[in-house]
Design a protein around this ligand. Structure first.
Ligand code: ZN
Length: 320
């Protein structure tokens, strides 16, 4: 079974390379990134000399995503392929391990110090992949992307270094905003309950208890027992708000809120958070900084803290 799957992957890669037709329109350094967060960071650092395509758009769940035929074509023709790693792209792991042998494929978390990573609840030998939730960890990823671009295009090294120097203080400011804003949430209300366990690093960085209806990956459906345990917790701790996620079904979160209400405890939906995918292309929330700003601002305002309604730079869409 495993053998035939590997064989299929090999055939897919070589078959796609043989396909005709333009994939990359310009003479810029072509980069394919799996998630929007990686793509946005690569655009920051690559600036005008790179063209970046993201495989996964807004609302796409990276735990479940499988490469399409056109993805394979783009990846086989790209100058550089950036994927997340840490088993985030669980359905594409075999594909990337194979593609990696071509030498222009980088898992952007591969040099992230392991002692900074959280364990994975479902797999003893794996880590929680959701490192973008803490901007200070994302700095390591940005630096890895800079190094990958320099290795691919040494002649543009000074451009990549300069762009990273401009990005770094923005990530530092983002983290400072998150620390200050989330510190305004009363201690007893610092519980973040979402559809799946994507916010572990967020909780660790900013002092929140984090609970997901589903685990770290979105593979398994939450059972009734899990729902009932979480309803107890909502009622016992008098948690006032739970959150839906843009890339995961909101069914289980709504079941929780209804379950608590049936026990006489009103729980509101605190808003939609961007967990594993960013907001719409072309919007502020469709950038890494905008995504985190949105999450921090929504969480703080829903749980009794104080945050400017339109976020750190007054750029968030009104009325979320
Ligand atoms: Zn996730």
């Amino acid at each position: 079974m495993l053998f035939s799957r590997r064989k299929f992957i090999t055939m897919s890669i070589s078959g796609a390379a043989a396909m005709a037709g333009p994939v990359w329109a310009s003479d810029k350094i072509s980069v394919v990134a799996t998630t929007g967060m990686i793509a946005d960071t690569a655009r920051w650092i690559g600036g005008n000399v790179v063209e970046v395509k993201a495989l996964m758009g807004p609302g796409v769940d990276p735990h479940a995503y499988r490469q399409t035929r056109s993805d394979i074509v783009a990846m086989t023709r790209a100058d550089l392929v950036l994927w997340h790693g840490l088993y985030l792209e669980a359905q594409m792991e075999d594909f990337f391990r194979k593609l990696e042998k071509r030498g222009n494929v980088v898992a952007v978390t591969d040099t992230l110090p392991r002692e900074l990573l959280r364990g994975h609840d479902d797999y003893a030998d794996k880590f929680d992949p959701h490192v973008w939730m803490n901007p200070t960890l994302w700095v390591f990823v940005a630096e890895r992307i800079r190094e990958a671009l320099i290795a691919r295009s040494p002649g543009n090294a000074s451009v990549f270094v300069k762009n990273m120097e401009q990005l770094l203080p923005k990530l530092v400011d983002l983290n400072a905003y998150a620390e200050k804003t989330l510190a305004s949430v009363p201690q007893s209300a610092r519980v973040l309950l979402t559809a799946h366990d994507a916010f572990g690093y967020f909780g660790q960085a900013y002092g929140f208890d984090v609970l997901g209806v589903q685990g770290i990956s979105t593979e398994s459906e939450a059972g009734l027992k899990r729902i009932s345990t979480l309803v107890d917790l909502l009622v016992d701790r008098q948690i006032g708000a739970v959150f839906v996620e843009s890339s995961v079904s909101d069914r289980s979160i709504r079941a929780l809120s209804e379950g608590a209400e049936a026990r006489g405890h009103k729980v509101s939906i605190g808003g939609e958070l961007f967990s594993d995918a960013m907001g719409l292309d072309g919007t502020y929330e469709g950038t890494y900084i905008g995504m985190i700003d949105h999450n921090v601002t929504v969480v703080a305002n829903a749980l009794g803290g104080t945050a400017p309604a339109r976020g750190m730079h007054n750029k968030l869409s009104a009325g979320f």
